[in-house]
Design a protein around this ligand. Structure first.
Ligand SMILES: Cc1ncc(C[n+]2csc(CCOP(=O)(O)OP(=O)(O)O)c2C)c(N)n1
Ligand SMILES: [Mg+2]
Length: 438
């Protein structure tokens, strides 16, 4: 028997008299019911079933039994469909433009059009969006415009996202409440919890704006995912987490990314309202995200949506996915469940769409995108000195001054005599003379 020192014996007696060691055996910090057998659980549904997937339209665009079509009129349906078609139109052109060596990099959204456009449509235009990199459609929905898309991808003087200083698809727009994309995975997730909290504390926005954070199921394997969700649940904020589960993180299939019930299963672990939705069904995504957003605002708390889809395209232009998945699998998915075709069938069933409208739209979008591409291609890059401007606020730090001096020195020495540099300098406005002739 362990003999407690007399001070400890006094504490035990005091606990006992306050009922803390009584038959009821109350536990601190828990209202969990006491049971007499160990109960192991490995399901959040309470019934050992997988979390269900919410769907409105079946594969041929017909509402499934019991489904309620979300409030949508012909005008909104047209906007949804046009943006879902604009995405692949831009993707096809920009993918090929990269292949021709005219831009350095690109990422397509093939297969995720319904997830991206449906969710964008459910947000308010000034909800703050923190994306991963495959959410160009949110900007299109908000009217960023194809000229701005092209300018960013070309990194030319018209690039409003970052004066050509970011990789293609790393968009950003204060005007469109779209925070600049950064490549390191999952960094946007804890940042979103912070943005949500800032919104909550901002007079005038607290009750009407949310932070919407997109990420892939692969990014959800990062520690930042857990940090972000824990922060948003313990320091409550209207932060909407939208997991795009497209089946792959580059070459790693989602089956190797987690052993549990997807990303959705993690929400309840953080006390976060969660829903899983068919990401190929634009109406289901629209309805789920509308409701998720409503809950965010009503409760001032985070909500998690997991949208299930399939990444039809390669991960990026730096990837050849047929090295790790059969071409036939991709072709099958494209044939069996195309989110654009599914919504088109719904539109036709409402009398809102027909072959003629389809042809007109495709021709118009293609013409607009090609016109914009030609314009972007003809523009020069920003003046070279812009490389050093507005990187930091306030006075320019010594290290930037030093780097500018070094570049100027090198350009003076080699800029006009060494062919690769001469060619490169000719791509900048003023041929780099703004630095050379300082
Ligand atoms: C911290 C970090 N690790 C690795 C990478 C390289 N990387 C870029 S995208 C990617 C896959 C991400 O997959 P997922 O989150 O599912 O998004 P998806 O590309 O499928 O949309 C990886 C591993 C990175 N950018 N950052
Ligand atoms: Mg993925």
């Amino acid at each position: 028997m362990i003999r407690l020192p007399s001070v400890s014996r006094g504490i035990v007696r005091r606990w006992a008299t306050r009922g803390l060691t009584t038959a009821a055996g109350n536990l601190p910090n828990s209202k969990s019911p006491i049971v007499s057998k160990p109960k192991f659980i490995n399901s959040v549904t309470g019934s050992d079933e997988l979390i269900p997937t919410f769907r409105v339209l079946d594969g041929v665009g017909k509402p499934i039994e019991g489904a309620e079509v979300p409030e949508i009129d012909e005008k909104l349906a047209h906007k949804l469909y046009e943006n879902m078609q604009l995405l692949p139109t831009l993707d096809n052109v920009l993918y090929n433009v990269q292949r021709q060596g005219k831009i350095s990099f690109y990422m397509t959204s093939h297969g995720e059009e319904a997830t991206i456009i449906g969710s964008a449509a459910a947000l308010a235009p000034d909800d703050e969006v923190l994306g991963q990199y495959r959410e160009m459609g949110v900007l299109l929905w908000r009217g960023f415009g194809i000229d701005n898309i092209m300018a960013q991808c070309f990194g030319n003087e018209a690039d409003t996202s970052g004066k050509g200083r970011q990789m293609p698809v790393h968009f950003g727009s204060t005007e469109h409440h779209f925070h600049t994309i950064s490549s390191p995975l999952a960094t946007q997730i804890p940042q979103a919890a912070g943005v949500g909290y800032a919104l909550k504390r901002t007079p005038g926005r607290g009750s009407r704006s949310i932070a919407a954070c997109y990420f892939g199921e692969g990014a959800a394997s990062e520690g930042d995912f857990h940090a972000g969700l824990l922060l948003a649940s313990t320091v409550p904020s209207p932060t909407l987490f939208i997991a795009r589960n497209n089946g792959f993180a580059i070459s790693t299939p989602s089956t190797e990314q987690y052993y549990g019930d997807g990303i959705a299963a993690r929400g309840p672990g953080y006390g976060i309202d969660t829903v899983r939705v068919d990401g190929n069904d634009v109406l289901a995504v629209l309805a789920a995200v509308r409701e998720a957003r409503r809950r965010c605002l009503e409760q001032g708390r985070a909500v998690l949506v997991e949208a299930m889809s399939y990444r039809v395209g390669h991960h990026s232009t730096s990837d050849d996915s047929f090295a790790y998945r059969p071409r036939s699998e991709v072709e099958d998915r494209k044939r069996v469940d195309n989110p654009i075709a599914r919504f088109r069938l719904f539109m036709e069933s409402q009398g809102w769409w027909n072959n003629e409208a389809e042809e007109d739209l495709k021709a118009r979008l293609k013409a607009d995108v090609m016109k914009s591409f030609k314009k972007a291609e003809s523009l020069k890059r920003c003046e070279l000195k812009e490389l050093f401007t507005d990187v930091y606020g306030g006075e320019e730090p010594w290290n930037l001054k030093e780097q500018r001096e070094e570049l100027t020195g090198l350009l003076r020495k080699y800029g006009e005599v060494w062919e690769p540099w001469r060619t490169e300098l000719a791509r900048f406005k003023n041929n780099g003379q703004d630095l050379l002739k300082r």
